[in-house]
Design a binder for this molecule. Structure first.
Ligand SMILES: [Zn+2]
Length: 105
């Protein structure tokens, strides 16, 4: 299992590909690890995190993303973190989608 950590993400803040990724989403930074701190080009910083609940009927795990921005839980900050996590997983040849998100716990 591949582990991702905050230090790798801090280092990536100097990577031109990652800066392009951020710029395309009107963001300036994504740091930390659930909760992530997402910097917007507006100068604001928002906290994005993932919480897990167990469905009381099926017993399956369901993850829910939250963001502290005014748009609440339907925003580009969450979308950017999810995109980043998928890109990280793909870069590590890790295509087990559920497992990728479970690591946020
Ligand atoms: Zn947001």
């Amino acid at each position: 299992m591949t582990q991702y950590n905050a230090i790798e993400r801090e280092n990536r803040m100097t990577d031109s590909g990652f800066l392009e990724f951020l710029s395309a989403r009107r963001l300036t930074s994504i740091t930390g690890s659930s909760p992530y701190t997402v910097g917007s080009q507006s100068g604001q910083f928002y906290a994005v995190d993932l919480t897990w609940q167990t469905d009381r009927y099926s017993g399956s795990m369901e993850g829910t993303w939250h963001c502290s921005c005014p748009a609440r839980d339907a925003c580009r900050h969450i979308a950017a973190v999810v995109d980043m996590r998928w890109a990280e997983a793909a870069a590590a040849n890790d295509y087990d989608g559920m497992d990728v998100m479970e690591r946020e716990r």
